[in-house]
Design a protein around this ligand. Sequence first.
Ligand code: SAH
Ligand code: SF4
Length: 378
Amino acid sequence: MTAALNIYDPSAKPTAGPRSLAGLTRPQMLEAMKSAGVEDRKAKMRAEQVWRWVHHHGVTDFEAMTNIAKDQRGSLAKAFTLARPEIVERLVSVDGTRKYLIRLAPGVECETVYIPDVGKSGALCVSSQVGCTLNCTFCHTGTQKLVRNLTAQEIAAQVIIARDDLEEWPTSAENRKITNIVFMGMGEPLYNLDAVSDSIDIMSDGDGMAIGRRRMTVSTSGVVPKIQELGTRTRAMLAISLHATNDDLRDVLVPLNKKYPIAELMDAIRAYPGLNNSNRVTFEYVMLKGVNDSPAEARALVQLLKGVPSKINLIPFNPWPGSPYECSDWETIETFAEIVNRAGYASPIRTPRGRDIFAACGQLKSESERLRASARKG
Ligand code: SAH
Ligand code: SF4
């Protein structure tokens, strides 16, 4: 990690302007009530009431908080806002995928992608950092320097924003569109585990957004020393960006492998808390033409995963301008998938979603910068 990295401080407050209550953790909400002068003996109840209005009902106006006395609502409105970070760009793909470019602070922007028809209904792909310190050679986000870690509030706000847009407040509404959360946007979640863990507490709270912990998947490129901690703190599902079955190749594709080679990674995965046949690890494997897509590699993958309750996600490579790879041919991907399937692993080929709006895996952030730059020129 670079020296410029903002270490996550859960008590950090924005430097200017009233603070938004949307996306705070429970302890932060309690602190906020006390700081606004609510008496200590009432603060807990008030925090619980406000929490529910904000995270269950999604209200954007203190006046809607009808179980709080009018004068109290007035003083809360003076001290706080219910504002969300600004959406600077909202794109809807022909396949229904929605991408939001969200401004967290001047010059600090992240992307969030809503993907319909995943899991029971739809998944929201959230970012945990702006940029990334790692440099996976096939990933566009990896070509960008880390700007900073997101706070738990900023991660939770991505869900709040998407729910506003999809009009799914209150939480109890039927046929919810966002049923799953995947930490597969920008950044390496395990380099920001405190905020990721707090955000999972916020999003899974039954009195708020109520998204089950087992419906949240955290994807890592393999930060071995943090894998166990992820499991014990969050009880979320684990996804591993594997992409290669031997260290020589993985060292090139995912340079973090030089620090934490495959054998160590596999040991950490086997020890992941709560792993069993109904809670499997997802292995992501990007299909790169002539690089990692041979039948021999499919067989090596099967060998490597022996005894680990796994699902394999084959991701057709999404190209980006200047990317040094091509996507494998369709027949090659099918042959690969067949070998893995025959060995008893579910291995769906992930259909690229939202390619027309540059929302597909590995295309995030800089594409939108480029699009906006060209729009400005035109
Ligand atoms: N940093 C974390 C979370 C990002 S998840 C991680 O690497 O796991 C995004 C997934 O998309 C990862 O599996 C990543 O390896 C994959 N990916 C990155 N660039 C891609 C590209 N150009 N095409 C397809 N998949 C890509
Ligand atoms: Fe970072 Fe993940 Fe991209 Fe690698 S694949 S550069 S870890 S975002």
